[in-house]
Design a protein around this ligand. Structure first.
Ligand SMILES: CC(C)(COP(=O)(O)OP(=O)(O)OC[C@H]1O[C@@H](n2cnc3c(N)ncnc32)[C@H](O)[C@@H]1OP(=O)(O)O)[C@@H](O)C(=O)NCCC(=O)NCCS
Length: 302
């Protein structure tokens, strides 16, 4: 059998890359080709792995959200595993990261077997995220508040940029992650929202005080991912987040969505409790891992 690792370049390559990702992670929204093109950056690498000309694996190397690590994601279709494809992908991604000056790699695994694979190359656990899932049925719209107004970003597009400065920048440091996330205004505008009709902001006077909404999935329109939810510190404890989330759940019910899901950091008790209070139940667990670069345990080392 001949194995080939090559860079994904054309739209057809991107579709093949998406097909692997959807087969390996069927429970997670996969960005569209257009979205993936928008996130293009010079140090991002997207790979395809072929066995005898058939695409069986994909790889992604990209700067991590905290800017300190290269996030590496080798993925192999279940039927093509244990033939060295994952290892070949991982080392091609790691070589690229080293060439771009990274000395640390991050990765994530959702199942024990993938954890055993990663462990072999020096990855150790740094954090855990839990999936919370909510079935959507009849969802009553929340009662309006006298103190603030909830509007969709489709109705007030200019508020998404305001939300970056007034809500995202002051609240991102509150997330329980090993180092604070660095999100640029451009990333906020493209990667943190997809359909503005499904994204909501809370406005008090001329200030955005909170954000919450859904990231829609054109591959599985009945499932949506919960987007970043945050309320400014001075407005916490006043049900702003619950009201925003209930607004998005009512929107989901009106738009044929039957399930919404979210991944919450292990330590983010406040968000987990809020979701429990809103009727979310627990799903899978995802483990975040880290390894020094260059990786050890490569194919040449046996
Ligand atoms: C992790 C993943 C990429 C491995 O792909 P793969 O092509 O099967 O990996 P390889 O054949 O190169 O495996 C290399 C070694 O890893 C270890 N390994 C891989 N899968 C394993 C499993 N299910 N159980 C135990 N060890 C395993 C073994 O030591 C294996 O060598 P061996 O087959 O000679 O025993 C694949 O399982 C996958 O796509 N998982 C979901 C996505 C994911 O979590 N990726 C992130 C990993 S950092």
């Amino acid at each position: 059998m001949t194995m080939t690792i090559r860079t994904a370049i054309t739209d057809a390559d991107y579709e093949a890359w998406r097909a692997v990702r959807i087969a390996v992670l069927p429970y997670e929204r996969c960005p569209s080709v257009a979205e993936m093109r928008e996130f293009e950056r010079p140090d991002r690498l997207m790979l395809l792995a072929e066995l005898d000309g058939e695409v069986v694996g994909s790889g992604l190397a990209v700067r991590s959200d905290d800017g300190k690590r290269a996030s590496l994601a080798p993925r192999v279709r279940p039927e093509a595993r244990r033939r060295g494809v994952g290892t070949a992908l991982l080392f091609a991604l790691a070589d690229h990261a080293v060439a771009h000056g990274y000395d640390l790699a991050g990765a994530g695994v959702d199942d024990e077997e993938s954890g055993l694979f990663a462990e072999r190359f020096g990855f150790v656990e740094t954090n855990r995220q839990v999936e919370q899932v909510r079935r959507i049925s009849a969802e009553p719209a929340p009662a309006p508040s006298a103190e603030y107004e909830i509007v969709s970003v489709a109705d007030r597009p200019e508020l998404w940029e305001a939300a970056y400065h007034q809500v995202a920048l002051p609240t991102l440091p509150d997330l329980d992650v090993p180092s604070p996330l660095k999100v640029t205004a451009e990333e906020w505008a493209t990667g943190w929202i997809n359909d503005p009709a499904a994204m909501f902001v809370a406005v008090a006077g001329d200030q955005v005080i909170g954000v919450a909404g859904l990231l829609l999935d054109t591959d599985q329109p009945e499932r949506a991912e919960v987007a970043y939810t945050a309320v400014r510190r001075d407005w916490r404890g006043k049900s702003v987040a619950a009201t925003l989330k209930r607004t998005s759940m009512a929107w989901a019910a009106d738009h044929g969505i039957t399930e919404i899901y979210t991944w919450t950091q292990r330590g983010n008790e406040a968000m987990r409790r809020l979701n429990e209070h809103l009727g979310f139940t627990y799903g899978m667990t995802s483990v975040s891992l880290q390894a020094p670069l260059p990786l050890t345990g490569g194919p040449a080392e046996g």
